[in-house]
Design a protein around this ligand. Sequence first.
Ligand code: SDX
Length: 436
Amino acid sequence: MTPSDVKATLSFSDGSPSMDLPIYKGSIGPDVIDIRKLYGQTGKFTYDPGFLSTASCNSTITYIDGDKGELLYRGYPIEQLAQNCDFLETCHLLLYGDLPDEAQKKDFTARVSNHTMVNEQMQFFLRGFRRDAHPMAIMTGLVGALSAFYHDSTDINNPVHREIAAIRLIAKMPTLVSMAYKYTQGQPYMYPRNKLSYAANFMHLMFANPCEEYEQNDVLVRAMDRIFILHADHEQNASTSTVRLCGSSGTNPFAAIAAGVACLWGPAHGGANEAALNMLGDIQKMGGVEKIGEFIKQVKDKNSTVKLMGFGHRVYKNYDPRAKLMRETCHEVLGALGLQNDPLFKLAMALEKIALEDDYFVSRKLYPNVDFYSGIVQRAIGIPVPLFTAIFALARTVGWIAQLNEMIGDPEYKIGRPRQLYVGSVARDVKPITQR
Ligand code: SDX
């Protein structure tokens, strides 16, 4: 953080003493006004529900320019990473700050591969769930349960523990997600194949069965790997902020990541990919492309709670670069599968075109986000709709860990403890029940 020559001066119209607030500059993006001394000097809090104007931390990991529709992981544009790297290279970049060279990639891949299995006891947790349990309910439980097994990597303040917990979580998420899936299908769990790439191993875990050889489809493996890259990190979004706040109490990394899984599940956040595909299915049932106008009318109706799922973003006020890349992947995957006339994909592109010409969306700068097309790709790959957000959680685990470790590694970090504007009852006495 570089102190700016410019200061912010806070003055009060009632003549209370004014105060100068330092301003800090980042390497790119908006400056910040340091208000850490505000309460101590004025007895006043700032007020920013939803944190629309609040920077919770300084970070070197991911940068988003919402106006340009730009996303950088450690300075590398997402388009270049999606084109030239695979997910494990991206994990190395997010965790350690740079892309691996060949030797580093070999070593990192070997370390992750050595941790892909989960303790055999883990399977008994699943038996407690109904077979029709939502995969995110299962994942919230399983990820938290990891902290019951790995006592040699639960001390978040020990850098060695943080490192091994990071590798374990990245390695085991595909295994856990596939177990959540197989359990709902009544199929036996598959064991990881460590000779396969990360994405190919996930496809094996998901779609192989003990009775026959599973044949990999390279286009689908590449698409899965790209989906992981595009979802890996995204600055201080709701689930990442949850992981940081949870981890700031000193809890173990598995519990902090489980909190992130729980937050991501919400339809306003990671649950939007499942909601977006269900929305496309509903429009299809209404009559498809011809009914888009009627659906858009519902979205624009203030009295309806209908939203165009997969559209809009707190930061992007331009096209989400991930949505563009996801739409490209749609074309590749559907083409490779001979599904280029997939009705939902055609419906999604028609819906996007109509929305982007409608002033309601244009005036509010609502564009497709990462969740608008990701469901179509995942459905084409054979991923069931309820599992979409679990895949998002699998991919985002590396981002959550990188952000958590960055916070814990900062000697200045403190437990997060926001304050409030209290608007409730002033002090009053309890009356005996006969007088209430
Ligand atoms: C993710 O933060 C991240 O980085 C998240 C994420 C990541 O990688 O971690 O990018 C992943 O969560 C993507 C977003 C997925 N969610 C959805 O697609 C759900 C639909 N989108 C909305 O719920 C909404 O756009 C949010 C939650 C994403 C953003 O909400 P904001 O920033 O609080 O914006 P807002 O709700 O104040 O909306 C501003 C206006 C409102 O209308 P007015 O009150 O001005 O009349 O736009 C409207 C909203 O009603 N609006 C929408 C809309 N999104 C916003 N109207 C219709 N459909 C939508 N999708």
